[in-house]
Design a binder for this molecule. Structure first.
Ligand code: SAJ
Length: 404
């Protein structure tokens, strides 16, 4: 492949925008499509609508040099990249309607030798389904275009580095599609490109996140056992991990974010009988958040009985993992809401050092909340909390190992 090709990306979110800008900065013309007109306008001004280090400069440069332009319509190109969300429905079934809608938008523009790639996390068989959809509308293109699946695997906060340097798995619906897609990614990816078929590539993305979910569930299950057995789970895991072939992850207040807490359902939904462990891990990790909320409530009751007064409570951390400002799908936020539900006129201090304000939670600076509270609940291991001098005059509930 050479730089004279034109690329159309469909979806300008957390992955689509950085990917588009990266490709455009390699001197390749990129048209980015998003249904949100405001997003399109922001990007065309050389600005961005998401928080991601380094991204703004890269987008600005690509737009100013004329290599990257956003629009609410898909533009004709030689390579189409589908980077739209795949949420799940109420019953945890994957919803591929965005991928389908994007494909339907591309179909009228397709011509011989075009490359069609899906990057959106998708249930197994989605790429073949889209292939069938394309050929049902454009039978004359059969065997004349290239169709592949290539999942992204970047960590928010480090996207620009990982897009370039992570290995990629590339799976075509046939051998020549795999080769063609690998040629495309080799223009801007420095990591190794691993070739396979579309189904394996789809399953690989789901497997990566399900594997992490199962491992975290093991740690969370241990934390419940240790609570009953009066054993410090952090010390236990640290000691067990001294074994050369054991590497247990850390328990927490549950699993959040858009990937690890979501993708395993794509496997469970299609293979319910076979995916007992994967399904159970989801349950265990969800249960952990419920258990934490119950634990806070019972500790409050015990305090009341012992001291004859209602304790004030500090909820330390609301984000879905340490040192980020992202509260979406956050177990800590779920627990904070439960604490509010269980409260009468109790004084509760909510702390999240990575954001300035929140619509539901009135935020308190972390030191002030710590000093004033009778019960301090650590939900997220933010760096700021590590600077606190933990004293013995309070009840400390540490669910993220910050005081270990
Ligand atoms: N967590 C624990 N214990 C641990 C590690 C994490 O409880 O030992 C919790 C975190 O607190 C958080 C959740 O798990 O609530 C997920 O956090 P994470 O940092 O593990 O992952 P994400 O969701 O930010 O990003 C993941 C990554 N996948 C893997 O590490 C396998 C990333 O590479 C993927 O690109 C991304 O999902 C995605 O888009 O799929």
């Amino acid at each position: 492949m050479n730089n004279s090709i034109v690329v159309s990306t469909i979806g300008l979110g957390y992955i689509g925008l950085p990917t588009s800008a990266l490709i455009a900065n390699h001197g390749i013309r990129v048209f980015g499509m998003d249904i949100n007109e405001e997003v399109v306008n922001i990007i065309n001004r050389g600005d961005i609508h998401i928080v991601e280090p380094e991204l703004k400069d890269i987008v600005k440069n690509a737009v100013e040099k004329g290599f990257f332009k956003a629009s609410t319509k898909v533009k004709e190109a030689d390579c189409y990249l589908i980077v739209v969300p795949t949420p799940f429905k109420g019953n945890h079934e994957p919803d591929i309607s965005f991928v389908e809608a994007a494909t339907l938008n591309v179909i009228p523009l397709l011509k011989e030798n075009d490359l069609f790639i899906i990057e959106s996390t998708s249930p197994v068989g989605t790429t073949e389904k889209m292939r069938d959809l394309i050929f049902s509308k454009r039978p004359e293109l059969k065997d004349k275009i290239f169709i592949a699946y290539c999942p992204e695997r970047v960590l928010p906060g480090n996207v620009m580095y990982e897009l370039v340097n992570n290995d990629r798995v590339i799976g075509g619906v046939d051998e020549k599609s795999t080769q063609k897609a690998a040629g495309f990614y080799s223009m801007f990816v420095k990591g190794e490109l691993h070739k396979t078929n579309a189904r394996t590539a789809e399953m690989c993305k789901l497997t990566e996140n399900a594997s992490r979910d199962v491992q975290i569930a093991f740690a969370n299950e241990l934390s419940l056992i240790c609570d009953k057995a009066c054993i410090n789970v952090w010390e236990l895991i640290n000691l067990a991990n001294k074994h050369p072939r054991v590497n247990i992850l850390q328990p927490g207040c549950g699993v959040g974010g858009h990937c690890i807490a979501v993708d395993p359902y794509f496997i469970v939904s299609d293979y319910p009988r076979e995916s007992q462990l994967i399904g159970k891990a989801r349950e265990t990790n969800n249960y952990k958040s419920f258990w934490v909320a119950e634990k806070i409530h019972s500790t409050k009751m015990e305090y009341q009985l012992k001291y004859g007064k209602t304790p004030s409570i500090a909820i330390m951390g609301l984000a879905f993992k340490p040192n980020i400002d992202d509260l979406r799908e956050s177990p800590a936020k779920y627990i904070a809401q439960k604490v509010i539900q269980n409260a009468n006129d109790d004084i509760i201090y909510f702390v999240e050092p990575n954001i300035k304000e929140h619509q539901i939670f009135k935020l308190t600076p972390y030191q002030e909340a710590y000093d004033k509270a009778d019960i301090v609940v650590f939900l997220v291991a933010h760096n700021e909390f590590k600077t606190l001098e933990v004293k013995g005059d309070k009840v400390i509930l540490d669910f993220c190992g910050i005081t270990k």
